[in-house]
Design a protein around this ligand. Structure first.
Ligand SMILES: O=C(O)CCC(=O)C(=O)O
Ligand SMILES: [Fe+2]
Length: 225
């Protein structure tokens, strides 16, 4: 479906964005309904661009944590260095889509921020049966990560739930539908449960108030992919 005036006004509706901002503030995680941040056209474009990006299998995270996931890197954020795009034109186009004015505005509202956010890292995940992402803390990859934004790109799979652990005794299980966007604080541990059927696919980007070099100190104990 092409973006209509109606879609655009939904993207910019203060009322809708405020509802999500409050939920994120109170719970640390919120699911943005399909069609709010990404239209069907946007998702089709993402699908087309991802086909041009090489894929690698990742079994170990930044700090020895365990995963099994196929990753396409779009923007990387290595310790001691400033974020940079990889994978050429497709990455540039993908980042242009993610960082469009409307979307940056909407995300800034959802984050409840007064200053602009930068995308420090961006990658795509493909998880056929057996794949999982072990428990980790995104901020362990970069202490300046504030929010991770996860766009759901698949419809037909079982398992692959996103589980957040706000405390030792609490867990929240999310299974957002195709086109929905999960936003979560990078200061809370989480995992993706093993996929049991079909293929789970997602686009993940990490937002921060801070640009410049990644201030991570290598000895941290649990980090992302
Ligand atoms: O693919 C996902 O749903 C997100 C996985 C994750 O937690 C991460 O990349 O840090
Ligand atoms: Fe994560």
């Amino acid at each position: 479906m092409a973006r209509s005036m109606n879609d655009k006004s939904r993207l910019l509706s203060e009322e809708v964005l405020t509802k999500y901002r409050i939920e994120l503030l109170v719970k640390g995680t919120v699911v943005i309904d399909p069609q709010i941040l990404f239209t069907q056209d946007d998702l089709a474009k993402i699908d087309q661009l991802q086909a041009q990006i090489p894929e690698e299998q990742v079994r170990e995270g930044d700090a020895g944590d365990l995963h099994s996931v196929f990753v396409k890197r779009v923007r990387v954020d290595p310790p001691g260095r400033a974020p940079s795009n990889v994978s050429g034109t497709a990455s540039r186009q993908l980042m242009g889509l993610l960082e469009s004015r409307d979307r940056s505005f909407a995300l800034k509202k959802i984050f409840g921020a007064s200053t602009d956010y930068v995308v420090r890292r961006c990658q795509m995940h493909r998880m056929p049966p057996g794949c999982f992402v072990g428990i980790h803390l995104d901020a362990a990859s970069d202490p300046d990560f504030d929010y991770s934004v996860i766009v759901q790109l698949a419809r037909d799979f079982d398992g692959g739930e996103f589980v957040v652990y706000p405390t030792k005794y609490e867990q929240h299980v999310f299974r957002p539908p195709f086109g929905a966007v999960l936003v979560t604080t990078c200061k809370v541990r989480h995992e993706v449960k093993p996929v049991s059927r079909g293929e789970r696919r997602s686009l993940v980007f990490f937002c921060s108030k801070r640009g410049g070099a990644n201030r991570r100190i290598i000895e941290s104990s649990t980090a992302g992919l």
